[in-house]
Design a protein around this ligand. Structure first.
Ligand SMILES: [Zn+2]
Length: 506
């Protein structure tokens, strides 16, 4: 019977569901039909496959060819099915043997010459394939990504002919070289930052507990310099996390194998659209928040971002993923990022800086600040004021601790958290807060008094507890004590009753 079955993988968010390519040759008028919800690029596959077969000196069967991509309800896009379709036609017309095909899954776009082009989303396919008995064949240009999927038997091919030679048993396809895991590598260091002990301390707490952080200060005080150093003091990615990061990069066509244990750091400009930020589009791509998965999303000049962009951030900040609805499917991308935002104290930036440069009216200041909605502000655990450093201090201050020194403390405190509650403190839910952030009677009373006196919202209470938990963990204390709570209270300055002096340093 002129029927052939070839396996391949679709791409849906970070999932790569199995697709069976059924090819049937029948008598009748010669023709070539692809069914099974193919989108434009897949329909164009017909022309690429025909040319690739002819240019590789195979015969293109002059029969009625029907290719079915199953399951039919899964949307299919891109050129990734070309290789599987070509092999299906070759097997159905008995130009290659059928049996060996069952041991493999094939992904690859064909050039008209029969060469294999790079495809997006090779890592999700590799991860999914590791749960099957089959090996994965990918284009040679995807080798760097394929190498990261250590649990999958992967082979790389540069053209259609070499795949066919392999299936005939004439020539073995090569395996990609698996990388040796090394440490994360960053070309910047916390030691580059002069002064700012308060902000450095806040960074260390944020890194240890995974807290979202807001820097408030005039321009030129190094807010973005500080933020960009946060990944360098965080624990390196473990292999599972690194693979998640690489999978998203591989879908976004943004892969680099060299620094694959380093935490992502994304800093989109405030003109970024909602789609660029959260992902989507007619051919959905992950957005900045997913590219920042397991790392840092830095939003400089937070009030300048469009309201719509800031609103869409709320869901992923809560759930750690983003769902994008499309016409015929829903796509989900992970987005477990840590948010660092920066804010000028007023539209001109020099409010209350000790000079009289600022001419902003109290109304302008409060309108500026109110651009950030309460619910968004509510998801940020720490507010940190960054002041201008006097020139003399810049020249005389010795360099601060390096990232490696700070990271050691962060790692120890993370381990405490994971041992106690299997997650970092920023992710503690309300019930868990009660269990893991127990306060003594005296501490409870003090916190309650402070909330009233500092005019903090009730919602701030949980945030203070989480941060105090991290401060205690950094100090190696199982019990949360007074100094931990009072330091944590210092990171809630924007919660106070809205008036113009909410923006003065705490
Ligand atoms: Zn101003």
């Amino acid at each position: 019977m002129s029927l052939a079955i070839v396996f391949t993988r679709a791409q849906l968010g970070v999932e790569a569901p199995l697709v069976t390519v059924e090819t049937h040759l029948s008598n009748g008028l010669p023709g070539f039909t692809i069914v099974g919800l193919p989108e434009t690029a897949v329909r164009e596959s017909k022309d690429r496959v025909r040319s690739a077969l002819l240019n590789s000196h195979f015969e293109f069967p002059q029969r009625r060819i029907t290719v079915n991509l199953a399951p039919a309800d899964l949307p299919k896009e891109g050129g990734r099915y070309d290789l599987a379709i070509a092999l299906g036609i070759l097997a159905a017309s008995e130009q290659i043997p059928k049996e060996p095909l069952q041991k493999y899954e094939f992904i690859g776009e064909l050039a008209l010459s029969g060469e294999l082009r790079r495809v997006n989303g090779c890592i999700p396919a590799g991860i999914a394939c590791s749960n099957s008995e089959r090996s994965l064949v990918v284009p040679r240009l995807n080798m760097a990504e394929a190498a990261l999927c250590r649990n999958t038997h992967t082979l790389t091919a540069s053209n259609l002919l070499s795949v066919c030679a392999h299936l005939h048993g004439r020539n073995e396809l090569p395996e990609p070289l698996k990388p040796v895991p090394h440490n994360a590598f960053y070309d910047i260091d916390l030691g580059d930052v002069k002064g700012q002990p308060h902000a450095r301390r806040a960074l260390e707490i944020a890194a240890a507990g995974g807290h979202n952080l807001l820097f408030i200060g005039p321009p030129g005080t190094g807010k973005s310099m500080l933020a960009s150093r946060l990944p360098t003091i965080m624990p390196a990615l473990n292999e599972t996390e690194a693979l998640e990061v690489a999978a998203i990069r591989s879908i976004a066509n943004n892969i680099s194998g060299a620094d694959w244990l380093s935490r992502p750091y994304r800093s989109p400009h405030h003109t970024a659209s909602a789609v660029a930020m959260v992902g989507g589009g007619s051919n959905p791509r992950p957005g900045e928040i997913s590219l920042a998965h397991n790392g840092i999303l830095f939003l400089d000049e937070l009030p300048e971002f469009s309201r719509q962009v800031l609103e869409v951030l709320r869901e992923p900040l809560e759930t750690g993923h983003i769902c994008i609805s499309r016409a015929n499917a829903q796509v989900q991308y992970p987005a477990q990022f840590q948010l660092v935002a920066a804010l000028n104290p007023c539209p001109c930036g020099y409010f209350n800086d000790g000079t009289d440069r600022c001419r902003c009216t109290p109304q302008q200041v409060s309108r500026y600040r109110n651009k950030i909605s309460g619910p968004l502000l509510d998801r940020i655990d720490m507010h940190v004021h960054v002041g201008a450093i006097p020139l003399r201090e810049l020249q005389e201050k010795p360099d601060g601790e390096t990232s490696a020194v700070v990271r050691q403390r962060v790692v120890v405190s993370r381990e405490r958290q994971l041992q106690r509650q299997q997650k970092c403190n920023a992710q503690l839910r309300n019930k868990e807060l009660v269990k893991f952030c127990k306060l003594g009677e005296y501490e409870k009373e003090l916190l309650a008094t402070a909330l009233v006196r500092l005019n903090l919202s009730a919602r701030a209470y949980d945030r203070v507890l989480r941060v105090a938990r991290t401060i205690a963990d950094l100090a190696g204390c199982e019990k949360i004590e007074m100094p931990h709570i009072s330091e944590a209270l210092g990171y809630r300055s924007l919660d106070r009753a809205p008036s113009s002096n909410t923006l003065t340093p705490a």
